[in-house]
Ligand binder design. Structure first.
Ligand code: SAM
Length: 260
């Protein structure tokens, strides 16, 4: 079964989702934990629409550099547009599991909500390790999709829909494996934090509504979920919101590890 395709339509929806206050808070946490400094060279793997590349470019300044890669042409178009006024940001097509970069050429690297889509995570971590200089630091963020809590009167339907959505990526539970995989790749034991966006209304600028809409578009035809069932599922969530009964939360795990 195919995973989520980051085509033009999905890239544009993700760009909208990443403008929500919860996504802004996530980027605040990324910048705080990675702590990019003036003059540093930073690698952003799976840069998506380029919000982080652009924000980190402000912190490293024109004396530093940000190199952003992504496998999706439509994401690269959005990122190039966002970083157009920052010529010290370079944006290139690249595959996380096979980065072609000079060894030890970056002070810091990040990959936010990307590795869970990558089938060969070990190879991606090896690529990141090689690209960092000794003493360099890596920040990863990934979601454990088993932590998705969404209130519903129909628990069985919710379970079917979420099981179908697990097909949208390579490993819906990657955070549980990451501390071990990082150490195996040669990194020091990581520092871990969790961020839990919570939405209590189905509103245009809520992270919960954005994810629910992605799920609604993805699941029909998977694991026996029909379009009618997906429609009934999202209708119930909208109705719950009208009655003040909408509740959504999701754990996003942060890992910061140094290259010794
Ligand atoms: C959910 S978005 C996150 C974007 C960005 N890191 C952010 O936080 O704003 C995931 C991104 O990872 C990219 N991606 C997925 N698998 C990839 C791979 N194997 N190599 C490079 N990029 C990949 C997708 O194209 C997409 O842009």
């Amino acid at each position: 079964m195919s995973t989520l395709a980051f085509d033009a339509a999905t890239s544009s929806r993700i760009e909208t989702l990443y403008a929500t206050p919860d996504a802004v808070r996530r980027r605040d946490a990324v910048r705080r934990m990675l702590d990019p400094r003036p003059g540093e060279r930073v690698l952003d793997v799976g840069c998506g629409p380029g919000f982080l590349a652009s924000e980190i470019a402000v912190l490293v300044g024109a004396g530093g550099a940000v190199h952003a890669v992504d496998q999706s042409e439509s994401m690269l178009t959005l990122a190039r547009r966002r970083c157009a006024a920052q010529p010290w940001v370079t944006i290139e097509r690249g595959e996380a599991a096979g980065l072609v970069l000079p060894d030890e050429s970056f002070d810091a690297a990040l990959s936010v909500q990307v590795l869970e889509y990558v089938s060969d995570v070990e190879a991606a971590l090896r690529s990141l390790f090689r690209a960092l200089r000794p003493g360099g630091r890596l920040l990863l963020v990934d979601t454990d999709w088993a932590s998705l809590v969404c209130a519903s009167a129909d628990a069985a339907r919710m379970q079917r829909v979420l099981a179908a959505f697990d097909e949208h990526l390579a490993d819906p539970h990657l955070p549980r494996r990451l501390p071990h995989l990082l150490v195996q790749a040669g990194f020091a034991a990581p520092r871990c934090e969790v961020l839990v966006p919570i939405s209590t209304a189905f509103e245009a600028d809520s992270f919960g509504a954005g994810i629910v809409e992605l799920i609604h578009r993805f699941v029909p035809g998977r694991r026996g979920v029909t379009q009618a069932e997906a429609d009934a599922w999202i209708d119930e969530l909208r109705e719950r919101s009208r009655r003040g009964l909408f509740f959504f939360s999701l754990n996003q795990y942060f890992f910061v590890a140094g290259r010794p």
